[in-house]
Design a protein around this ligand. Structure first.
Ligand SMILES: Nc1ncnc2c1ncn2[C@@H]1O[C@H](COP(=O)(O)OP(=O)(O)OP(=O)(O)O)[C@@H](O)[C@H]1O
Ligand SMILES: [Mg+2]
Ligand SMILES: [Zn+2]
Length: 550
């Protein structure tokens, strides 16, 4: 008999065998118990999460001749067997990727008229339903709304948003979730036990497979299939064999490169890059692996979490958190750019140079900032007294403190001014945070401020610099403002969300919200310049010398 791939061999045949979709199974079972299954269902969700499997189980449950008390199919009666084998004339699976046109849907509409041959229900499982053309969907509308009582439609799709609303509103929708890594791991473990291979593969190898499948049980089982075939070559497959097979750079190579980085000697690094390049290591994969390494190192430094792959302990004292964040930012760019260039080795070398510079420069920068801090306390005091806080805030404001709103104060206390002044204070008190905030868009209302950061690593960076804006605002302006951070996904998204949120806010609180965009300016301050070069940032606002806080 030909080999049956694991993903098919372990297809769940009853509800209790389905993993990670309990929310769907329980709703369906309740509907079955109450005899209230809708006539048109949508199963939406990522690939390999159980849509087709549950559709078939439901078809069996509806037609099983010996349904169990627990509303599971018996899997033994004729109907169950035929549906499992895919030979039932009453359970029809249609691949909409190849039957998407109006003629296909017309013939489907015709066939719906005929009563089931053997089963109680005729079940149409339409896979990749989003591929159906608009005209064909229109032809289906009426049938979907009022199908004969013996017909059930199940539309399965990985792209829910591509379905027309007219279709969605006529169906009961079930959203399948990506299955958590730990749940997939348990499933893989069960499979290797049943396959009598549990001593042939280690748990950390299974964990890596579960992790790589990012929520798709089918992907996990397919990968396991490939890996298990290696047990004929290796006695036991462990995580480093899996990594090697999947094309990851070996842990030793990553460790050695990082070690060389700490020497900050470009010559040694270039020789090593040469060596690994000509040994056939893919530099894109290597960049991603380095990114993963530093990501794990960051976890180690911030939360003391150890990596299951790398020996991050070895490096945790050799890099400051700022260095790790800066390196991660560079590596993200490298892994993006390296896909597009003709000479990946050259690009890799350039980035290596940058990384070595950063490694050295961040130390210098921290020293520079320390020096600045030593001279600045008196300047800050003067600022608080003379520059803007007192003149700007009238006595009413100071007396009533938190209760005073922008509306009352608007003529003296414009949100834009407020933000600029806050930035000035941050520039002195938290110089590393300044360029990040200055580059961010801000939404400011009476008592809340949301800062939209360009990416999540900057958010991480702010957290690590212990920036407490609420405290700074309270101390310098005597005002209580809740500060939220958000990561700007894309211009379009944020605008949409922000406006929606603003509208809601305005309706709820009648407050005025102002959006402040970052400004573009020239670059002069050496510390800021250095920060920009290290973090690959840019200066977005700078005041003239005479405007500076003295
Ligand atoms: N929730 C699950 N529980 C148990 N096994 C699952 C689950 N989801 C997927 N599988 C495994 O993956 C295989 C494929 O699953 P299925 O065909 O149901 O996925 P699907 O969601 O329809 O995917 P696609 O969108 O690619 O059609 C199954 O045979 C089974 O081995
Ligand atoms: Mg499917
Ligand atoms: Zn049965």
């Amino acid at each position: 008999m030909s080999y049956l791939v694991l993903a098919r061999k372990y297809r769940p045949q009853k509800f209790s065998e389905v993993i990670g979709q309990q929310h769907i199974v329980s709703v369906l079972k309740n509907a079955l118990k109450a005899n209230k299954v809708w006539h048109a269902l949508i199963f939406s969700g990522m690939r390999g999460t159980g849509k087709t499997s549950i559709a078939r189980i439901l078809a069996k449950t509806l037609n099983c001749l010996n349904l169990t008390e627990d509303f599971e199919p018996c899997n033994k009666c004729d109907n169950c067997i035929e549906i499992t084998q895919g030979t039932s004339v009453d359970v029809i699976e249609i691949d909409a990727a190849s039957n998407r046109g109006i003629d296909d849907i017309r013939s489907l509409r015709e066939s719906v008229k005929y009563v089931p041959v053997k089963c109680k229900y005729k079940v149409y499982i339409i896979d990749e339903a989003h591929q159906i053309t608009d005209a064909a969907f229109n032809a289906l509308l009426k049938t979907l709304e009022e199908p004969p009582s013996y017909v059930i439609f199940i539309l399965a799709t990985t792209e829910f948003n591509a379905l027309p609303l007219t279709i969605v509103s006529r169906c009961q929708v079930f959203h399948f979730r990506p299955v958590p890594t730990s749940v997939i791991f348990n499933q893989l473990k069960n499979v290797v036990i049943q396959e009598n291979k549990k001593d042939k593969i280690t748990d950390d190898a299974l964990n890596l497979i579960a992790d790589l499948s990012t929520g798709s049980v089918r992907d996990a089982l397919s990968l396991l299939d490939q890996i298990l075939s290696l047990t004929e070559v290796y006695n036991v497959v462990n995580i480093s064999i899996v990594r090697q097979i999947l094309g990851y750079t070996s842990v030793e190579v990553v460790h050695k490169y990082v070690e060389l980085l700490t020497t900050a000697q470009p010559k040694l690094l270039f020789d090593y890059i040469n060596e690994i390049y000509y040994s056939g290591i893919d530099l894109l994969q290597f960049s991603k692996d380095l990114l993963e390494f530093f990501h794990q190192l960051l976890y180690k430094k911030v939360s003391d979490i150890n990596s299951s792959v790398y020996n991050v302990d070895l490096f945790k004292d050799k890099f400051s958190t700022e260095q790790v964040v800066a390196i991660i930012q560079q590596l993200i760019r490298l892994s993006e750019e390296i896909k597009r260039v003709e000479y990946p080795k050259t690009l890799f070398e350039i980035y290596t140079l940058r990384l070595t510079h950063q490694y050295k420069e961040i130390d210098e920068l921290i020293k520079l900032i320390e020096q600045q801090k030593e001279v600045q306390p008196t300047q800050i005091q003067q600022t608080q007294q003379s520059s803007f806080v007192q003149p700007q805030l009238n006595s009413t404001y100071q007396l009533q403190n938190n209760q005073v709103s922008y509306q009352q104060e608007q003529q003296n206390f414009q949100p834009e001014d407020f933000w600029q002044k806050l930035l000035e204070i941050v520039r002195i008190e938290k110089p590393l945070s300044y360029p990040i905030l200055a580059e961010s868009e801000v939404s400011l209302s009476d008592d809340t401020m949301t800062i939209f950061l360009p990416n999540k690593y900057l958010l991480l960076s702010l957290q690590m610099q212990n920036l407490n804006l609420e405290k700074i605002i309270k101390e310098n302006f005597g005002k209580t403002i809740k500060v939220y951070y958000d990561v700007k996904q894309s211009e379009k998204m944020v605008f949409k969300d922000t406006t929606e949120q603003l509208q809601q806010n305005q309706q709820q609180t009648q407050q005025k919200t102002v959006i402040i965009k970052p400004k573009k300016i020239q670059q002069t301050d050496p510390v800021v310049e250095k920060i920009c070069s290290i973090f690959s940032g840019k200066i977005v606002q700078q005041h003239k010398k005479e405007d500076n806080i003295q």
